[in-house]
Design a protein. Structure first.
Length: 343
């Protein structure tokens, strides 16, 4: 007697192709959103411009959100103070860029491309170092207490904002891009802003580096194991608390890097920018699946694309479009696009 094929609940006979489509469904959300926007825009060149702008915005949000999703997944910490590292990173990076530009061209007033890399490194070093103190003084006493985490980390964000006023003043600081990253590359009827292209390349490089680190190294294995079962990792003799601190430092450093990228994107920085961007960051983390870097990457791309498409088609709905996107995703997949338990 030939074996009877197994049935999946509510879907009839199981089939390998069906299972593959289900597994690929989260990844397909990005191209599906792109294809749905094509007829809506009505102009292929405008669609390409909006798509690249959305991808660039998504990459920058991913850089800021990836650290937060790792911290929540591994440490179970709701860190609303993550935005403080975004703001501080932006101000540190801006200070370094303006100082180095003055050294490179004492008579000039424009930023230099050569100043961006040291500024990004400085922002990551400062925010990473601040992350050590933030974890030890503010986060460590409230492990496992979500309500207290929300209150105390939000308080840390407010204190950081006031400290920015003390060191840099209350006024916004213009941060024009270097001449090399201004303007656009024109391909026929399509114009691609140089900085957006730079942001896409940098964000993609960071994602690939994080993916390889988590998938191909021992540290990555411990992080992924710690996300799924921290007690087992501790029982095997690994000091997961040190791993906690390391992940928090990396997450804080990525937030600082994202702050520099976002400041150059907006060409102005304010003390409130971290608090403002945290709404998008949390939407991305929830859409992607708490603790999932791959899901965070997909969620960031969806948020960036949705914001740009809606801003072009229906500007009045742009602010609420990503809330609507989050609701749709969670109705379809309540645990997010790529939940940790299914990685």
């Amino acid at each position: 007697m030939s074996p009877v094929p197994e049935r999946s609940a509510g879907t009839g006979l199981s089939h390998p192709l069906v299972e593959r489509l289900r597994a690929a469904a989260p990844i397909l959300t990005v191209p599906v959103l792109m294809l749905l926007a094509l007829p809506a825009t009505g102009d292929p060149s405008a669609w390409v411009t909006l798509t690249l702008a959305g991808l660039a915005m998504g990459m920058m949000i991913f850089v800021m959100a990836s650290g937060l999703t790792l911290v929540f997944g591994l440490m179970d910490v709701l860190n609303f103070g993550h935005g403080a590292f975004v703001s501080i990173g932006a101000f540190v990076g801006a200070s370094v860029m303006l100082w180095l530009s003055g050294l490179l061209d004492p008579g000039g007033v424009t930023l230099h491309l050569a100043a961006i890399l040291p500024a990004m490194i400085a922002a990551m070093v400062v925010t990473g170092a601040l992350g050590v103190g933030f974890e030890k003084i503010i986060i460590r006493p409230v492990y496992g207490q979500h309500l207290k985490q929300i209150l105390i980390t939000m308080g840390g964000l407010i204190v950081a904002e006031q400290l920015i006023y003390v060191f840099w003043g209350p006024d916004e600081i213009p941060l024009p891009r270097p001449d090399a990253l201004r303007g656009a590359l024109v391909f026929g009827d399509v114009a691609v802003e140089k900085y957006r292209l730079f942001a896409v390349v940098l964000g993609l490089a960071i994602f690939l580096a994080m993916h390889l680190l988590l998938a191909r190294t021992k540290i990555g294995l411990l992080i992924r194991a710690g996300v799924e079962n921290g007690e087992m990792v501790e029982a095997l003799g690994y000091r997961i608390k040190r791993l906690f601190v390391g992940v928090f430092v990396v997450g804080s450093a990525l937030a600082g890097l994202g702050g520099v990228m976002w400041g150059l994107y907006q060409e102005v920085i304010t003390a409130q920018m971290g608090m403002e961007i945290m709404v998008l960051v949390f939407i991305v983390v929830i859409i992607g699946g708490l603790g999932s870097v791959e899901g965070c990457f997909l969620g960031a791309l969806l948020v960036g694309l949705m914001a740009n498409y809606t801003g072009f088609l229906v500007p009045k709905l742009a602010l609420g479009s990503n809330i609507f996107l989050m609701v749709l995703i969670l109705m379809w997949r309540p645990q997010g696009l790529i939940p940790v338990a299914k990685r």
